[in-house]
Design a protein around this ligand. Structure first.
Ligand code: ADE
Length: 244
């Protein structure tokens, strides 16, 4: 937890479509690339007295699509800390949810961890725990309670689908949200001792009957709208806490 008031929050999004509803809602200014030639884009603004930066991974120079996944997320986190030095990092985005854990399309979670990886298999004794991660980097109990949001474990990997081993690791950790960035961001945040929380909106139900990619595409905009509404409430709550 930050041991000083949160006056400055930086939000990291993987996809432009996930970030746009919040950028529009908060009327953030487009500052362009944060560190050319890297593709990450930077937006800034404020909610009350709380300074807000948003960094979106941007478009891949070869493929022209959003840079989802762990390596852009880690690089972006390092750039955000180096250049902006926020009091709090927020990884905002979409996730796969789990019916067996109460997941529903459009449901939004707020969590400070644990942030795990499910697709790093290193069966060498000292590296197994390192591979899994398991960072908890922020106590969000009071925030989640005030906003009526559920918390729980997030699990990250570089695939939208999962194999049987990924599924077993996800199950063992009691995961509520499967994504492709949070644990990578957590590793960088931990090196800098920066608090990190994640706000994740469900686009697809991993243990449901529909193919993940179809559900993801169908619900991306609904989930991103729900995400922006919850982020607005969280940022206003943090801005308000600051004033006290
Ligand atoms: N983002 C949204 N849905 C996801 C899923 N099922 N797996 C990984 N990342 C996601």
């Amino acid at each position: 937890m930050p041991d000083h008031p949160i006056k400055h929050a930086a939000l990291l999004f993987a996809m432009q479509d996930e970030a746009l509803p919040l950028i529009r809602r908060l009327e953030l200014a487009d500052k362009g690339p944060i560190s050319p030639p890297m593709p990450m884009r930077w937006y800034d603004g404020a909610v009350g007295a709380l300074r807000i930066d948003v960094v979106v991974m941007g478009a891949d120079r070869r493929f022209g699509i959003d840079c989802i996944g762990t390596q852009p997320a880690a690089v972006a986190t390092q750039l955000v800390i180096d250049k902006l030095d926020p009091d709090l990092l927020i990884n905002a985005g979409t996730c796969g949810g789990f019916i067996k854990r109460g997941g529903e399309i459009g449901k939004v979670y707020l969590t400070g961890g644990p942030f795990n990886f499910h697709d790093r298999r290193i069966p060498l004794a000292p590296f197994e725990k390192y591979a899994d991660g398991g960072w908890t980097l922020c106590d969000v109990d009071a925030w989640a309670q005030a906003l009526g949001l559920e918390q729980g474990a997030v699990s990250s990997g570089n695939s939208l689908d999962m194999n049987d081993d990924d599924a077993a690791r996800i199950e063992r950790a009691g995961t509520i949200a499967k994504d492709m960035e949070a644990a990578a961001i957590a590793w960088v945040a931990d090196q800098h001792e920066k608090p990190l929380c994640a706000v994740k909106a469900v686009t697809d139900l991993v243990d449901g009957p529909h193919p993940t990619h179809e559900e993801f595409e169908r619900h991306l905009h609904t989930a991103s709208d729900a995400l922006s509404e919850t982020l607005d409430k969280l940022l206003n709550y943090l801005a308000d806490e600051n004033r006290r």
